[in-house]
Design a protein around this ligand. Structure first.
Ligand code: PEP
Length: 253
């Protein structure tokens, strides 16, 4: 059965009071969210602890971290570990967002370790992949995205990759207002699913959640989410507005 997943990536936005106001608004809307959708919010790491307390007992939404490191503890100034996230009850962790690949030089090997570390502690990675505009234009975008997935995820076991949510985020669509068409997104989602089925078996391919990210908004979410292999969205800008996030989360048929 098709999964329904909507995750909000707040990135490094909002001061604490603004973030609390947004969380409050989402909580006010809680009965309006489609309860069959896996709803995830990823606020700045600094706010996770307070948010976890506020959301204690709320099962309509889960918290995710935007980044985490590869080991449990030690001399890694500024980093946060999956075991620390787990101790707060955090269930998801974004890995390999294009901004981390580009600005923090995160490579295939590091990302593969980050994915494994999250899984080791029972958190589900939201693994991002996607090509730059030059790669799309040069027509090797399918190979490019497959390489990202194979290099960082194909060392996993079948029961591990089933817990990963894959977010296809064409970089040319992130924060640009230029969304991939439903056909362009579906093409890559279908390819990812078939590659995973081939490697890990049909059941795993059918169960793995594959979501789309890149200027997903209330006015295009319905068409995107209606595609056979699109299980929902990773939402950046529009997740900072409670009304837009609600509208997107309720965009499944
Ligand atoms: C993102 O960065 O994960 C993202 C999808 O951003 P936006 O929705 O703003 O394009």
């Amino acid at each position: 059965m098709k999964r329904k997943i909507v995750a909000g990536n707040w990135k490094m936005n909002l001061n604490y009071n603004e973030a609390k106001d947004l969380l409050k608004k989402l909580i006010e809307y809680k009965d309006k969210f489609d309860t069959t959708t896996e709803l995830i919010i990823c606020p700045p790491t600094l706010y996770l602890s307070a948010f976890a307390e506020v959301l204690n007992g709320h099962d309509w939404v889960s918290l995710g971290a935007q980044n985490s490191y590869t080991v449990d503890n030690g001399a890694f100034t500024g980093e946060v570990s999956p075991s620390q996230l787990k101790s707060l009850g955090i269930k998801y962790g974004i890995v390999g967002h294009s901004e981390r690949r580009e600005f923090f030089n995160e490579d295939y090997t590091l990302l593969s370790k980050k994915v494994k570390a999250l899984l080791h502690h029972g958190l589900s990675p939201i693994f991002c992949c996607g090509e730059q505009l030059q790669v799309r234009d040069s027509n090797v975008y399918k190979e490019f995205v497959m390489k990202q997935i194979e290099a960082s995820l194909f060392g996993l076991k079948a029961d591990e990759i089933e817990k990963v949510i894959i977010a296809y985020e064409p970089i040319w669509a992130i924060g640009t207002g230029k969304t991939a068409t439903a056909e362009q997104a579906q093409e890559i989602h279908a390819l990812i699913r078939s590659r995973i089925s081939k490697e890990f078996g049909e059941k795993v391919g059918a169960n793995v959640g594959i979501i789309y990210g890149g200027s997903c908004k209330p006015d295009n979410a319905k068409e995107l989410f209606a595609q056979k292999d699109i299980d929902g969205g990773l939402i950046g800008g529009a997740s900072l507005n409670a009304d837009d996030f609600l509208a997107i989360a309720n965009s499944f048929e």
